[in-house]
Design a protein around this ligand. Structure first.
Ligand code: HEM
Length: 406
């Protein structure tokens, strides 16, 4: 590895511009062994698309290792001390493979078809308009907190069937739980995630009893029906609800903040989008490509695999830098250029292969409506701070605040 290349994913420099580091990785060490995580980091589009699509790479080794090794691992990681995280977060559709994964994914897939998501359009528009009404006369705001953060949790709550007065709680629940995925989490983060998971699960158990007596047209009622048919068990039901919230909430807020920042830094692109609002769909895809909110995932090898002449042993961990793939010039012409008309745009912000994001239509619908409405109602949108700060870390990427005026 070249001396010039240092990979420090928790530094302030990396938070402000990870793309310079990704470029170095792609150019100098496209398969880079990162000792701190005992993992090979993949940064090029082709390698990621090939390997993540390979069924020998899996999210967890639990279903292929001997039971005693799994038990040992759980002991080392102290699973007993966090029973709720262990039942509902460490296990989920995202963390399952093979038949279990297919069975659970099929159940949720039905709810997230383009047609089903499209039917939410008016309800999402109502929520967006309601939130814009509150801030539009203020003339300036932290757009992340006062606008973007008000939408996705509410929409997911609506979809799941969480009563409106309780939807504000979803945000804090989701934020507390997702910290557990940060490689640099502390014991306090884990405890908070455990307590929050218990609170959320208890809340869902009460709601499940209500829906069992009186079903509604929502995801929770559908999952309860599937449970009664023996298609999933109670723990799987709760973990699915938690994953949908945790996966879809912060990610949509973050990419919207990142996307608005990109637009405001490219006034010519912003002007084009105002002139041709029908470009919104390609513009949203470009925001997802250019600065995605979930830059990093991982996989393990379920068996020995030879790739490009190198033998990697069963159990090897790969770090998947989706955000780097999105800037790979071998896949995207002028990859560092923000271009709202870009087509084709096969970005990897939603992943690829068996675990491809189930919520991608919903995320894009939210973004489409949020951005279209903002551009219509706020004709003079400007950055107050040209260089807003990003939160440090690599599993999620988003701004601390985004002060804008209009
Ligand atoms: C812009 C917003 C979003 C982004 C960037 C995003 C990204 C991703 C990515 C990259 C994966 C695959 C992870 C991997 O390769 O290991 C994933 C999986 C998943 N996402 Fe999303 N997501 C977003 C929004 C949502 C929403 C709104 C929902 C639901 C309401 C959702 C639900 C899921 C679920 C259930 C999975 C697991 C699929 C499986 O394991 O089969 N996501 N997401």
């Amino acid at each position: 590895m070249s001396n010039e290349l240092s990979f420090q994913p928790f530094s302030a420099e990396f938070a402000q511009d990870p793309y310079a580091v990704y470029k170095q990785l792609r150019e100098q060490q496209p398969v880079f062994y990162f000792k701190d995580w005992d993992a090979y980091l993949l940064s090029c589009y082709e390698d990621i698309a090939t390997l993540v699509n390979d069924s020998r790479l899996v999210r967890t080794l639990d279903h292929i290792l001997p039971a005693k090794d799994v038990a040992e691992h759980k002991k080392m990681e102290n699973w007993d001390s966090t029973p709720n995280l262990s039942a509902y977060v460490r296990f989920s559709i995202l963390e399952s493979e093979g038949e279990t994964h297919d069975r659970l994914r099929k159940l949720v897939f039905r709810i997230f078809t383009p047609a089903r998501v499209h039917s939410l359009r008016n309800l999402v528009q109502e929520r967006v308009s309601e939130c814009l009404d509150i801030i539009v006369d203020k003339k300036e705001a932290d757009f992340v907190e006062e606008f973007f953060a008000q939408i996705p949790g509410h929409v997911i709550g609506m979809l799941l069937g969480i009563p409106k007065p309780d939807r504000a709680r979803l945000r804090i629940w989701s934020e507390n739980i997702v910290q557990v995925f940060e490689p640099e989490r502390t014991a306090e983060h884990i405890q908070l995630a455990e307590d929050t998971t218990r609170e959320f699960a208890d809340y869902l158990l009460v709601l499940i009893e209500e829906r069992r007596r009186q079903a509604e047209d929502d995801l929770l009622s559908e999952l309860i029906h599937a449970e009664s048919e023996g298609k999933l068990n109670r723990d799987e039901l709760i973990s699915t609800c938690i994953l949908i919230l945790a996966g879809g909430h912060g990610s949509t807020i973050d990419v919207s903040g990142n996307g608005l920042l990109a637009l405001l830094r490219h006034p010519e692109q912003l002007r084009q989008l105002r002139q041709e609002p029908e470009l919104i769909q390609t513009a949203v895809q470009e925001m997802l490509r250019y600065d995605p909110p979930l830059p990093y995932f991982h996989r393990f090898l379920a068996e020995d695999v030879e790739y490009k002449g190198v033998l990697y042993e069963k159990g090897t961990k790969f770090g998947i830098l989706y955000a780097s793939a999105n800037r790979d010039p071998a896949q995207f012409p002028n990859a560092d250029t923000f271009d709202i008309r870009r087509e084709p745009n096969r970005h990897l912000a939603f992943g690829i292969g068996a675990h491809f994001c189930l919520g991608n239509h919903l995320a894009r619908l939210n973004m489409d409506i949020m951005f279209s409405s903002v551009l219509k109602r706020m004709p003079e949108l400007r950055l107050i701070d040209d260089n807003p700060e990003f939160r440090p870390g690599i599993t999620s990427r988003g701004l601390k605040t985004l002060p804008v005026s209009w």
